[in-house]
Design a protein around this ligand. Structure first.
Ligand SMILES: [Zn+2]
Length: 275
């Protein structure tokens, strides 16, 4: 829903005038041709505004809801280079798992005729501001950031999908729902967060936490290329359906086997900085 439609003061201000104008308008002869034109013009603008709101909820000022029009997906592999992200015995370095899943998503989206832009396609450091600049440079895009999670409590597991702007919620819900179709998956919910890459996005933008590297089972899964391909497949399917509707996505199997699987390691590195 548009902000200005939600604004009760707007209605309080507009409605009485609208009713008065309509009454006058219905009163026919006393209304001059000029007045009639003005009333029609106002009603026209009002109707167009309402219609556009109904089909395209707006985000904060400066944002553009491209959910029904986007032709490009900016795929962001979290962390990279000097920033390992989470690094756990079971899951290896987060930066490598995110890159592998992001590459697979990219290929699957291209196969579905969507243009893609990768914020990184190798193990290099990219600052959060650079990532934001890359996402906002596009004309008609959405942004999907890929991460894996980490906790000092090893039992914690499950998928989380984050968004910031309300216009991004539907995309987040679709991705989370699709991930939950994976066998034995757990739902930690669709959540809002102030992550920089979401907060400054001009377009619908989400961040997906594809399970906990600190959890024995999910960490092990993150090291398995077949499982990473399944993750990518679900996320790509959600994106394609978000744009074109259900049943359109065609899975093409294992997209991009990773030649260097994430190494094992016990080092604990900061995890919350790279998003
Ligand atoms: Zn991360």
């Amino acid at each position: 829903m548009c902000e200005w439609v939600k604004d009760k003061r707007f209605f309080a201000r507009v409605r009485p005038n609208l009713i008065v104008d309509l009454a006058k308008h219905r009163g026919a002869e006393r209304v001059s041709t000029v007045n009639r034109f003005l009333v029609r013009a106002f009603l026209g603008v009002f109707t167009v505004a309402l219609t556009s709101c109904a089909t395209s909820p707006s985000g904060p000022p400066g944002t553009k809801n491209t959910s029904k029009t986007f032709t490009t997906v900016v795929v962001d592999a979290g962390h990279g280079g000097k920033d390992n992200g989470a690094f756990r015995r079971y899951g290896g370095a987060e930066k490598l798992a995110t890159l592998d899943v992001a590459k697979r998503i990219e290929r699957k989206l291209r196969e579905s005729q969507l243009r893609t832009v990768m914020t990184r396609s190798s193990d290099v450091f990219i600052s959060l501001d650079e990532r934001v600049a890359m996402e906002n440079r596009e004309k008609n895009a959405i942004f999907v950031s890929i991460h894996f999670n980490d906790s000092s409590r090893r039992a914690i597991h499950g998928f989380e999908t984050y968004y910031h702007s309300p216009m991004s919620r539907d995309l987040a819900v679709r991705i989370q729902e699709k991930l939950l179709t994976i066998h034995n998956s757990s739902n930690r919910g669709v959540r809002t967060a102030n992550f920089r890459v979401l907060r400054y996005a001009k377009y619908p933008a989400v961040l997906v936490e594809c399970g906990f590297l600190s959890n024995r089972r999910e960490g092990g899964e993150a090291r398995d290329s077949e499982y990473r391909d399944t993750l990518a497949d679900k996320i790509a399917e959600a994106i394609v359906e978000y744009r074109y509707g259900s049943g359109v996505y065609a899975s093409r199997g294992n997209a991009a086997p990773e030649s260097n699987p994430p190494p094992a390691g016990e080092v604990r590195l900061p995890t919350k900085s790279g998003r």
